[in-house]
Design a binder for this molecule. Structure first.
Ligand code: CP
Length: 527
């Protein structure tokens, strides 16, 4: 039986199931109570003198770094603060090479990493896992301490813990206003799934369009069953009286914005900054939260609120220490025995289905040579049919082009765009008299570049086999694909030698395995 938590990494909030997150909150609550009552805390401490902790922060941090440093010190063992600024990164050493080397110096290690590279810890968990098996080293635990504008799962855990405290542990419902830079704010992006611990979720997003949450996160929240409303400013939000009791503010990350947006900085800031005149419009008992830091000149939560009952952010910040003690213990297996008794069994992830290739019944189809229009009849060979069926002729031509490049179809062929029963609908056809079969890899490529198409295998002018292709569950190992997110760890500009991998995420969408950015299937190709 494999261990429940030991050796797992935390790259995104969904790396822990809802039940596991609730378990973590319960343990944190027990720790806080024991701490408050001055009881012994040994039950919360790892008993492994060999344990070592590497804090590798390649972006600035105060709270996450210091709370993790203290949480690691609580557990004992070796706490190493990696000097990213003075390291061989400056000699163009890759992060994966650096971490490989550190793993050898620090057996039984937990790496806590902040980076602007999105998906870095997920990538390290993959590659270092294989490396450690090969070298007989215990696989390290990787904890994402914030990656670009992707996720900040440990901030999310302390945020949700703080909300639970305010709600006296009632998980039946939450009504949350999220205010500020929802575009860049990774703490907000982690809420898209972190809020699933509540049975019923209402979210009010408050931000001008320049700072609004990316569409795919909004869709995901809707997919999670959250009820959503969108407002352009706090002022607009307060013109109606159904306001949330919990407000979560974020800092404007102007340093990440282009000149066009920066020109409007004052206006954007005003839209998401709380003002004294708003005070009477708040619902009684409202509490404000903020991951901090606040901007010292332009805080979205002004300092005149510090000594009011609205201040939830100070206690929230302290919770970072307690939740992170539990996270380290959890991922190092401290609670595995207890978790086994109280949590539902771990289900092995089902292997991705390979049912993207479906053999179709053969209609008493006319001989290919009977086709009246266009395509050159094929006596023996392959016809790719139903390419990009739809109203857009341009899309079909583009996809015919892409298929020819992806499959390197430098052979005799004919191709074209044809009507599909309905006069407003078209489809593409490529006929290949010189090709008798496709390899599995070619079929998968075709499924990923043109889902919905069919492959007709023809012998003696008759179709003897017909396959319909759907989007594959995983696409990897093709040199023609790449993640187009420049901040993704797999982006070629970072030279981390990451094999691009996409996972099916919807009818026509793949998402990058590492940065999780979604792309329409025709966007993943470099052609
Ligand atoms: N909340 C947060 O991540 O703060 P730091 O940047 O100070 O770590």
């Amino acid at each position: 039986m494999c261990a429940r938590f030991k050796g797992r990494s935390l790259s995104v909030i969904n790396d822990l199931s809802v039940e596991e997150q609730i378990f973590l909150y319960q343990k944190t609550r027990e720790l806080k109570e024991a701490h408050k009552e001055g009881r012994g805390l040994d039950a919360f401490r790892l008993k492994n003198p060999e344990a070592s902790f590497y804090l590798l922060f390649m972006e600035d941090s105060t709270r996450t770094k210091e709370s993790f440093r203290n949480a690691a010190a609580f557990h004992g063992g070796r706490v190493n603060l990696f000097d990213a600024a003075g390291s061989s990164f400056n000699k163009m050493e890759s992060i994966s090479d650096t971490v490989k080397m550190l793993v050898g110096y620090a057996p039984s290690s937990t790496f806590i990493i902040r980076s602007r590279l999105e998906g870095l810890t997920a990538f390290l968990d993959d590659t270092l896992g294989e490396y450690c098996v090969h070298h007989g080293i215990e696989k390290p635990v990787f904890i994402n301490a914030g990656d670009g504008k992707h996720e900040h799962p440990t901030q999310e855990l302390l945020d949700e813990f703080s909300f639970l405290e305010q709600k006296n542990w009632d998980r039946s419902a939450i009504h949350l206003a999220i205010v500020g830079d929802l575009f860049h704010g990774r703490t907000v992006h982690s809420k898209v799934n972190g809020l699933r611990i509540f049975d019923s979720v209402r979210v009010d997003l408050i931000a001008p369009k320049e700072l609004m949450m990316p569409e795919h996160y909004i869709d995901e929240m809707k997919g999670n069953g959250f009820s959503l409303r969108i407002f352009a400013s706090i002022e607009e939000y307060l013109t109606q009286d159904d306001t949330a009791g919990i407000w979560y503010f974020t800092r404007l990350q102007l340093e990440r914005m282009g000149d066009e947006v920066l020109e409007k900085a004052g206006q954007l800031r005003k839209a998401v900054t709380f003002r004294r005149e708003f005070m009477p419009l708040l619902k009684p008992g409202t509490r404000f939260y903020h991951p901090l830091p606040r901007h010292k000149e332009h805080p979205t939560v002004p300092t005149f609120l510090d000594n009011t009952a609205l201040n939830g952010w100070d206690a929230q910040s302290v919770n970072g220490y307690f939740t992170r003690i539990i996270e380290i213990g959890l991922l190092n297996g401290l609670y595995d025995g207890e978790a086994e008794k109280s949590l539902p069994p771990v289900c092995a992830k089902p292997a991705p289905s390979s049912s993207f290739v479906k053999e179709m019944p053969l209609n008493p189809e006319p001989k290919i040579s009977d086709r009246k229009v266009g395509i050159k009849p094929v006596e023996n060979g392959i016809v790719i049919d139903h390419i990009s069926c739809g109203p857009s002729i341009e899309t079909i031509w583009n996809n015919i082009d892409r298929i020819r490049k992806v499959l390197h179809l430098n052979v005799r062929s004919s191709h074209g765009v044809y009507h599909r029963n309905d006069p407003n609908f078209y489809k593409g056809i490529i006929s290949l008299p010189d090709i008798l079969s496709f390899s599995q890899k070619e079929v998968k490529k075709l499924a990923a570049v043109s889902p919905g198409c069919t492959i007709n295998f023809i012998k003696d002018s008759r179709v003897y086999k017909k396959l319909r292709l759907d989007m594959p569950p995983r696409v990897y190992g093709f040199s023609e694909i790449s993640c187009k997110n420049e901040a993704c760890v797999s982006h070629a500009s970072h030279h981390e030698s990451v094999m691009t991998e996409f996972l099916r995420a919807g009818e026509q969408t793949f998402k990058c395995k590492y940065c999780e950015k979604p792309f329409h299937y025709d966007e993943i190709w470099d052609l």
